[in-house]
Unconditional design. Sequence first.
Length: 256
Amino acid sequence: MKMTRSATAFTVCAFMALAASPALAATWTYSGTGPASNSGLSATASAFSATNNSTSTITASTAYYGGGLGVTSQGESTSSPQHAVDNNGVIETVMISFSDGVSGLTSADKVNLTSASFGWSQTDADFSVYAYTGASSTPSPLGISYTNLISNGWTLIGHYNNSASSNAKTVSFANTVYSSAWLIGAYNGLTTTSGASSGNDYFKLASVTGNKCPANSTIPGCGGTPPGNGVPEPATLLLMGVGLLGLTRSVRRKPV
């Protein structure tokens, strides 16, 4: 049996294409206080605030301004810059809840957020990011202090030292967590290792970008068919392709 080089290359490329299945990247852009949508997946924004990081959060209000979503806490001025997401007086955060519109929480509602775009900021724009990885089907930070988020099912993605700029900017917080609920808020002061400072952070959230769960995923936290149940993992497909390449070379060397 003979296999030409072109046939061999085609076969290996086919396996490589399967192995490197593309991420389902998407961006949700806010043009009002209503949910942002992308390919049937909506991202609803709600707001919470607390007087400091050890007191319980209460509900706050979102509002849309030219640069994106801002937050107004109870008793706070609605004028600039207090109507931004900030930590001056109280610490404000936006919860983004993803839903495919079908009842019940499944992997189709989960997103791996990897960056946020700020349409406006002032003085500074340090921020904190959390993703819900607990068991509740209706995650919420309401009534939970920032200090106790982690013990209540929230995973810290990171605190980010973000230099202010009045121009739109995108900041990455690459990670591997998939969740239907994310918190992006003004820096809550729970660590000093990031170089972030609290009390002077103001920004408006314009959009978020991340990866949607692919169908029949084996990605941890993303649901779908688990490894070993008939759906090869990308690494397995890659090894199969390399093995096939070696086999075809061996066959080609044998005399007919």
